[in-house]
Write a protein that binds this ligand. Structure first.
Ligand SMILES: [Zn+2]
Ligand SMILES: [Zn+2]
Length: 408
């Protein structure tokens, strides 16, 4: 049931969202956004505000109803390098920058939840951390920097979320296990031997060797691994040569590998290296492979999923729950999950009747603002419920001093 406090706050949350939408900032450049969130949090008495990195904000609220667990709720602040084409009255005024993933809604919703939880802090136990993360869309990711800055110290449970226009308005997906992929990247250099294009016998041409690597690597997903295990291997760049009559010296290829299972992740890296090396060796070229691990897959904690599903049923009714297949997109929320169990849920924000169907990262992306109400409601319910019960490892904290030491 929607509380009167929540209902009366929602026009404010929508206004915040529209302000953020109008003034988007790119990853690692969220200075004005962070300053705005910082000021909004400081307006709440007893809310401690930290700046773990220059463009992120952490609000810390001590419950006044006794000890409990430390729970971190995380939103993201950054926008994308996209020229907005929505024609909305509050469309971006920053050329080439747009909130096209809904992070404006995430920030507004978490701020709304902060207000409601703050108003009831006399009923709240434990410690709540409200983290407004920078640079979710970027590599290197903001999450890694925040973990290094100490935001996860002493945290027992974490909650992440995303509005999703590909789900119907108000539906909620909360599922156990791996829900988003680990995104690794690779760069391959094929070192041949350049020369006159009319004398192929006197050179080692890296172009056909690179082309064979492209084809060879297709078989990693199609032939070498279980078709029932999710795997994407995409080659997204291939550069070689500049002149029509010169055999180039080098070809450079790159791409991404997406997996849900850590075992498959290991195996695919080995297979990629072996196939590349053997093709190069067979044709007299040498190869180097730079393989970089991205964040881990996002894996929800089964126990927290169970509790969150119960919360969804209590707050919104069982009928809003829906199951969605895992996706091969990625989220740096997994960086936080290395340090505490967590749950990441999706709230449907699409609405075909209102023409709100564009996918995320599209220049006409927007979401139905009515989705913000259940989102705020679930964040408030999660904040209350998950702090209320100390986990077995929960350390009873002595107050904010320890956090100040952690966040420098
Ligand atoms: Zn995005
Ligand atoms: Zn996003």
């Amino acid at each position: 049931m929607v509380s009167p406090e929540l209902l009366s706050l929602m026009p404010q949350v929508v206004a915040w969202r529209r302000h953020l939408h109008q003034y988007p900032e790119l990853s690692h450049q969220e200075h004005a956004t962070a300053a705005w969130v910082d000021a909004a949090l400081r307006a709440l008495p007893d809310m401690q505000v930290f700046r773990p990195t220059p463009t992120s904000v952490l609000g810390v609220l001590q419950g006044q109803a006794g000890p409990g667990a430390t729970v971190l709720l995380r939103a993201d602040l950054d926008a994308l390098p996209i020229q907005e084409q929505t024609q909305l009255p509050y469309a971006s005024v920053h050329a080439g920058v747009m909130h096209a993933c809904g992070h404006d809604g995430h920030t507004a919703a978490l701020l709304g939840a902060a207000h409601l939880l703050h108003a009831q802090r006399h009923l709240l136990r434990g410690e709540l951390r409200l983290l407004f993360q920078h640079a979710e869309e970027a590599a290197p990711s903001g999450a890694r920097e925040l973990v290094s800055a100490g935001v996860m110290g002493g945290v027992d449970r974490i909650v992440g979320f995303h509005l999703d226009t590909q789900l119907p308005l108000g539906r909620v997906a909360v599922q156990s296990g791996a829900i988003m992929a680990a995104p690794d990247t690779f760069e391959i250099t094929v070192q041949g031997q350049g020369g006159h294009a009319g004398w192929p016998q006197a050179s080692v041409d890296p172009v056909p060797i690179g082309a064979m690597i492209v084809l060879g690597l297709q078989q990693v997903a199609s032939r070498l691994n279980d078709p029932l295990e999710p795997l994407v291997l995409s080659i997204t760049t291939f550069h070689a040569g500049q002149a029509l009559n010169v055999t180039p010296d080098q070809a450079l290829l790159g791409g991404t590998v997406r997996t849900l299972s850590p075992v498959l992740r290991e195996r695919v890296e080995t297979q990629l290296r072996q196939i590349t090396a053997s093709i190069c060796a067979g044709y007299g070229a040498s190869c180097t492979v730079l393989y970089e691990r991205g964040s881990d897959a996002v894996v929800n904690d089964a126990e927290l999923v169970k509790r969150y599903r119960q919360l969804v049923e209590q707050e919104l009714g069982e009928s809003v729950l829906m199951d969605v297949p895992p996706e091969m997109g990625a989220e740096d929320f997994s960086e936080f999950l290395r340090h505490a169990p967590g749950v990441y849920f999706l709230v449907g924000a699409g609405n075909a009747a209102r023409g709100i169907t564009a996918p995320h990262h599209h220049p006409r992306f927007t979401f139905d603002e009515e989705a913000l109400t259940p989102l705020v409601q679930l964040l408030v319910a999660g904040g209350f419920s998950l702090t209320g019960e100390a986990s077995s490892e929960a350390r009873l904290r002595n107050g904010p001093a320890s956090l100040e030491e952690e966040i420098r």
